[in-house]
Design a protein around this ligand. Sequence first.
Ligand SMILES: NC(=O)c1ccc[n+]([C@@H]2O[C@H](COP(=O)([O-])OP(=O)(O)OC[C@H]3O[C@@H](n4cnc5c(N)ncnc54)[C@H](OP(=O)(O)O)[C@@H]3O)[C@@H](O)[C@H]2O)c1
Length: 255
Amino acid sequence: MMQDYSSEFSGRKVFITGGSRGIGAAIAQRLLDGGAQVAVSARSKTEDIPSGAIFIKGDISTAEGANVLAKEVLETLGGIDILINNAGSARVHLAGSAGIPDEEWLDALNLNFLSAVRTTTTLLPALKESSNGSIVNISSGGPNAFMAPLLHYGAAKAALNSYSLGLAAELAPKIRVNVVTPGMVITPGADEIRKVFTDAMGVPEGAMGGMVPLGRMGNASEIAEVVALLTSDRGNWITGQNYFVDGGMGNIGRK
Ligand SMILES: NC(=O)c1ccc[n+]([C@@H]2O[C@H](COP(=O)([O-])OP(=O)(O)OC[C@H]3O[C@@H](n4cnc5c(N)ncnc54)[C@H](OP(=O)(O)O)[C@@H]3O)[C@@H](O)[C@H]2O)c1
């Protein structure tokens, strides 16, 4: 018998950072489809934001920005059950890590790591009020993250992984905390980053999909599906885990 998941998030309040496009927008759509009330944030509004989501504008890469956003989320939703720390990005430095300026190391840490810490810390008292509290942090662990041109980004995501594991231990059994690590997923931001690499290698933009054991790049909805599993009651006995959703790239792709 087919399961019906169309109301499993009914009554749940969700905040997704970086929900204006790509993976964040797909998560927003998936949780809306399950009946959640969803707020998303970004610096700019886009047409990719699902029509049922509430948009909250702001820059999450500063302490003040993250705290103001989190407070606005509580004013708007009146509480929170599910937090998805998804916003993230970095600039590619083809010359390698020595060419990454100090301010870009700080930018990478602020956006990819500290934004999640600050948002979580501000929302924690409200999350503790929920009987279904759950956090998912969107990381990166594939070959792209730990390549020299993206070392600042990879190091920030490694910090996010470490933080997530510690937080899962600290907050159990009240709040579950998990990480989802996407592989190469087709999104506006990641497509731009990959284009820098494929241009430098002189290969077509689609060539990277051939490196994936399952033969193609992923779709944002395939990441959203795992986030839905982890944040729903179906994931009630899962915490402190890092789920690789990457077509096999992380574990078998480089053997
Ligand atoms: N797609 C992949 O292949 C891939 C692989 C591994 C990991 N990931 C991770 O998945 C997450 C989502 O990536 P994506 O590929 O969907 O990226 P994307 O298409 O670039 O979307 C990024 C989102 O974050 C927001 N954002 C960026 N900087 C921000 C800032 N300073 N303040 C507030 N919001 C900000 C963007 O909106 P604004 O620019 O308007 O602010 C946008 O909504 C990221 O954490 C990324 O590291 C993606």
